[in-house]
Design a binder for this molecule. Structure first.
Ligand SMILES: [Zn+2]
Length: 63
């Protein structure tokens, strides 16, 4: 029996994030755009979602 090095262990994976505009879940390193508001960082699946967020941040912002 042989032990293979384990690649892509759970701990190595970037966290999953959710686009606040369309609620799509994806890996944070695949985000097309990010925005920081206060202590929150928002991840967007497309730049169009970022633009929509910036038009009305209060509607989508947490807390
Ligand atoms: Zn989106």
């Amino acid at each position: 029996m042989r032990f293979w090095p384990r690649k892509g262990d759970l701990t190595d994976r970037p966290p999953l994030v959710t686009c606040p505009i369309c609620n799509m879940t994806f890996r944070s390193d695949k985000a097309a755009a990010t925005a920081k508001r206060g202590s929150w960082i928002y991840y967007f699946c497309t730049e169009a979602c970022l633009r929509q967020f910036e038009e009305d941040p209060a509607r989508y912002a947490k807390g």
